[in-house]
Design a protein around this ligand. Structure first.
Ligand code: KG4
Ligand code: ZN
Length: 347
C-alpha cells in the first residue's frame, strides 16, 4: 500500500505545502510574503498573519496538484522547530487539526534536518555516510549524515550565518531584503578578485562571519580605500554612494567570493578530517550560483561525489519536510498529538 504524506512548512516567511507519495515529491507549493520587503527584514507579527491567510489555499493547491484527497493522506508532517514561534504555531496547529480530524499520525520535523534531506529528493542515489554543508539564513553547519535519521553537527557558525552575511552585506550596499539573491545576481557581472576581504582564522570546523560584515562596513565608509577591520578616514555619504554605484558588480563578486571561500575551505577540512568523500549542499544559500559552481568544481578536482538539491528544494519549502516526515513515518517515529510543544523556537 502506498504511503502518502502531506507536509507543511511555515518556519519563517514562506507558507509551503507538499505531498510525498512513497518517497517521491508529487507536489511542492510555496507562497512567499512580499509584505516584509519594505521593512528590510522579516517582521514576525506580519509573517504569522500572512501564514494565516495563505495556509488554506496553499495546502489545497498541494493536494490538488498531487491529485490526492485529504482522506487518502496517511500522515501529516510539519516543521516543529526552529523558527519564528508565531509562524511555526500557524503551521503546527493547522497540521495538528488535520491529524486530529482525519485520525492520522502527526510528525514534527526539525527544519535543519529537512534541509539536509532535501538531497534525497529525486532519483539520485547518494551513499551514506555523507557530509552536508547546510547554509541558510539562520544556520551554517557541516553535518555528518550516517542515515536519513542519524545526523551529527561537526562544525557550525559561532556568530552570523552565511545567509545573514549575504543579507547584511546587501543592506550595507543599499539593496533590499533578502539581499542574498541580489548579491548573486550582481556578482555574475563582476570581478571577485578585485577587493580582497579578510578571512577569519577560526580553529576547527567552525565558521565566523561577523568580522566580514564589519570589514565591509569600513570598506564602504572609506570608499574602497582599505579592506581592513580598522575604521580609518571616512568619505562623505555621497562619495560612498557614488563608489557603490560605480563598482557594485565587483563589490558583490568580491564579497561572494570571500563567503564561498570561507565555506568551502571548512568543507575541505571536514573531508580530510572524516575521510568522507560524499558531499552535499543544503539551505537557502545553496541556491547561490557562485557557490554551486565552485562546490562542483572543487568536488571534481578532488574526486568527491557531490550533490546539490534542485533550486526549488534549496530555499524553504515543504518538499524537504515531506521527505523527512516520510523517513520518520517508515521508521515509526510519530509526534505525541497531546504534546503541548507543537512549535518550538529552538530545538
Ligand atoms: O533556507 P532559507 O530559505 O531560510 C532559512 O531557513 O533561513 O535561507 C534563506 C537565506 C537568506 O539569507 C537568503 O538571502 C539566502 O538564503 N539566499 C541566497 C540566495 N538565495 C537565497 N544567498 C545567496 N545567493 C542566493 N542565490
Ligand atoms: Zn530554511
Amino acid at each position: 500500500m502506498s504511503v502518502r504524506i502531506l507536509a507543511i512548512e511555515s518556519s519563517c516567511d514562506e507558507t509551503a505545502a507538499a505531498v510525498c507519495v512513497d518517497g517521491q515529491i508529487v507536489s511542492n507549493i510555496i507562497a512567499g510574503q512580499k509584505v516584509h520587503e519594505q521593512y528590510g527584514g522579516v517582521v514576525p507579527e506580519l509573517a504569522s498573519r500572512a501564514h494565516m491567510q495563505q495556509i488554506v489555499p496553499v495546502v489545497d493547491s498541494a493536494l490538488k496538484k498531487a491529485g490526492v484527497t485529504i482522506a487518502e493522506i496517511n500522515a501529516v508532517g510539519y516543521t516543529q522547530s526552529p523558527g519564528l514561534i508565531g509562524s511555526l504555531l500557524v503551521g503546527g496547529q493547522f497540521a495538528k487539526s488535520l491529524a486530529l480530524t482525519q485520525q492520522i499520525p502527526l510528525i514534527g520535523v526539525h527544519h535543519m534536518q529537512a534541509h539536509v534531506l532535501a538531497n534525497l529528493i529525486g532519483d539520485n542515489k547518494i551513499s551514506f555516510p555523507f557530509l552536508c554543508l547546510t547554509v541558510s539564513g539562520g544556520h551554517t553547519q557541516i553535518v555528518r549524515c550516517d542515515s536519513p535519521l542519524a545526523m551529527q553537527i561537526i562544525g557550525e557558525t559561532i556568530d552570523d550565518a552565511a545567509g545573514e552575511a549575504f543579507d547584511k552585506s546587501a543592506k550595507l550596499l543599499g539593496l533590499p531584503y533578502p539581499g542574498g539573491p541580489l548579491i548573486d545576481q550582481h556578482a555574475q557581472l563582476g570581478n571577485g578578485n578585485r577587493f580582497k576581504f579578510p578571512k577569519p582564522s577560526i580553529p576547527g570546523l567552525d565558521f565566523s562571519f561577523s568580522g566580514l560584515k564589519t570589514s565591509i562596513l569600513y570598506f564602504l565608509q572609506q570608499a574602497g580605500q582599505s579592506v581592513s577591520y580598522k575604521q580609518e578616514h571616512q568619505v562623505s555619504p555621497t562619495e560612498k554612494e557614488k563608489f557603490i554605484s560605480e563598482n557594485l558588480p565587483d563589490i558583490c563578486a568580491s564579497i561572494q567570493q570571500r563567503i564561498i571561500s570561507i565555506l568551502l575551505d571548512k568543507l575541505e577540512q571536514a573531508v580530510i578530517q572524516t575521510g568522507i568523500q560524499t558531499v552535499c549542499l543544503a539551505g537557502g544559500v545553496s541556491a547561490n550560483k557562485g557557490l554551486r559552481k565552485e562546490f562542483l568544481s572543487i568536488a571534481f578536482q578532488k574526486g568527491w561525489q557531490a550533490h546539490i538539491p534542485a533550486f526549488e528544494y534549496c530555499t524553504d519549502n515543504a518538499g524537504m519536510i515531506a521527505i523527512t516526515a516520510y523517513y520518520k513515518y517508515i521508521a515509526n517515529q510519530r509526534s505525541n498529538i497531546s504534546d503541548p510543544s507543537t512549535a518550538r523556537a529552538n530545538w
